[in-house]
Design a protein around this ligand. Structure first.
Ligand SMILES: Nc1ncnc2c1ncn2[C@@H]1O[C@H](COP(=O)(O)OP(=O)(O)OP(=O)(O)O)[C@@H](O)[C@H]1O
Ligand SMILES: [Mg+2]
Length: 168
């Protein structure tokens, strides 16, 4: 969906923030999405903060529910680290969620059922589970993952910001 263009301050310099959480904390997902909203608003990207918030919720929730660290057998009872990376430069917002599990996410490919067949029952388009990454794919302009140098992985998404630079 087309979004109105927005003027962002300090566009030339870009922004980067990394936030570290632990999957075992009861408020990890809420803290990650709240800090995402606060960060993007501080960068003048309030228009994207609701979508980014939902994306971070789904990706961090996936680490909480699915990630099994590569070294879990050598560190019984250890905490699972989750890093949320927010990067804006020059006209893109990148969101990366890093975990310690080398297993790739199961990214959906194509539609589960064609919209024509679903008719008025739009909920038929979504299965009961496996919705999270589908939602992320619908909200973001691109979604992919990359392996970590020492194991683990990052699940990435990109929002195309369509910003215009304020006159200096
Ligand atoms: N960070 C991750 N580490 C390991 N596996 C993952 C990770 N994220 C996703 N997956 C795998 O990809 C699958 C699809 O993820 P997705 O978020 O779409 O669905 P879900 O988490 O199973 O269900 P829902 O999000 O609808 O509650 C998961 O079931 C899991 O097998
Ligand atoms: Mg999920």
């Amino acid at each position: 969906m087309a979004r109105p263009r927005e003027v962002a301050p300090a566009l030339a310099s870009g922004h980067f923030r990394a936030l570290t959480f632990f999957a075992e904390s009861a408020d990890t997902v809420r803290a990650a999405r709240d800090m995402t909203t606060a960060t993007l608003q501080g960068w003048g990207l309030g228009r994207w903060s609701e979508d980014a918030r939902l994306v971070v919720s789904e990706l961090v929730g996936n680490v909480v529910h699915h990630a099994v660290p590569d070294n879990c057998l050598s560190q019984p009872g250890g905490s699972r680290r989750v890093d949320v990376l927010l990067k804006m430069w020059p006209n893109w917002l990148f969101i990366g969620v890093v975990d310690e599990d080398s297993t790739p996410p199961d990214l959906p490919v194509g539609e589960f059922i064609s919209p024509e067949l679903a008719g008025d029952f739009s909920e038929a388009l979504l299965p009961d589970r496996g919705r999270g990454l589908l939602i992320v794919q619908r909200l973001a302009d691109a979604v992919w993952w990359s392996p970590g140098d020492d194991g683990g992985k990052t699940v990435w998404c990109r929002f195309d910001l369509d910003l215009i630079t304020s006159p200096s």
